[in-house]
Design a protein around this ligand. Sequence first.
Ligand code: IPM
Ligand code: MG
Length: 360
Amino acid sequence: MSDSIKIAVIGGDGTGPEVTAEACKVLEAVSPLEGITYERVDFDYGGDRYLATGEVITERQIDELRRFDAIYLGAIGHPDVTPGILEKGLLLAIRFQLDQYVNLRPIKLYPGVETPLKDKGPDDISFEVVRENTEDLYCGAGGFLRKNTPQEVATQEMIATRFGVDRCLRYAFELCRRRKDKMQLTLVHKTNVLTYAANLWERAFHEMGAEYPDVTRDYNHVDAACMWFVKNPEYYDTVVVPNMFGDIITDIGAMIQGGLGVSAGGNINPDPGGCSMFECMGGSAPKYTGQNVINPIAAIAAMGMLLSVLGEQNGLANLSRASQRVESAIRATTPKMRSMSAGRMGYTTTEVGDLVATAL
Ligand code: IPM
Ligand code: MG
């Protein structure tokens, strides 16, 4: 990584560009405070471009993204594009081709944010989910037999490789150690039914765990984890989970932390020189497009994650400090907002961005 960080920005569809603008505003405001220089290049990938050209993103264009230090993604999803085309063609394609094998989802309740969980506060809801991001049911392995006949067979294969599982576990154990919280790593799977894939995960988990005697190893079946996320979120510190179950439980996580308006995620390639992509979970929210009412907090938090991950991975303390500033500024802003829902924040999208930028 050179002195100036290179960020590829894909605003995407719907409200994506609006929240991205606020995240970039915060980046611009925090950079001089920590002596950060960056170069930002915008790309117009998304629904409109697909409708105009018939192409989502080519392999060559993804290769072009690889040359950046990080990618920032607003949102994808277009009302005139069949669901799945952009998700698979852009989001999953980038995750897979850039080998972003960890999907990191912090589940934290910011101060003043309402959670649907009765009697739970920011101290109770503060954990991180490490979701494997390149294997499992997401590989696209499977097929049809006798398609469109009454005897049709469809298979979709759950793939777990020792290599893929180990590298994800490594990230999770290291993260758990860095967090210095409860020093507990919970593996979430379904060992009572998925006796091959879950068994591989379980063996790999305990073998690697021997290298981390300071980390308590814990295990939840995925269905039980869905219950405990809701009933006892304070129980969790770091959670590690395969791709499909991770997709599901992180949506529960997003809801208990106050909704999609506040939840951010990173698609991380932790290897040296790896290019990671950061996104807010909210989606493109077409009905709110152009109204300046959508909540940019998740998008700003995703920018904070970008700084934190790049700082950590490259040993750049100023980036880490900048990410902490963003985090504190978010914490100073959320209590001022009436709600986290679009149109009910008591502020416009740009005003929330201004509040965070000022709080830096
Ligand atoms: C997520 C999303 C994606 C996924 C979709 C949009 C393909 O739900 O990032 O959690 O399933 O991974
Ligand atoms: Mg999901």
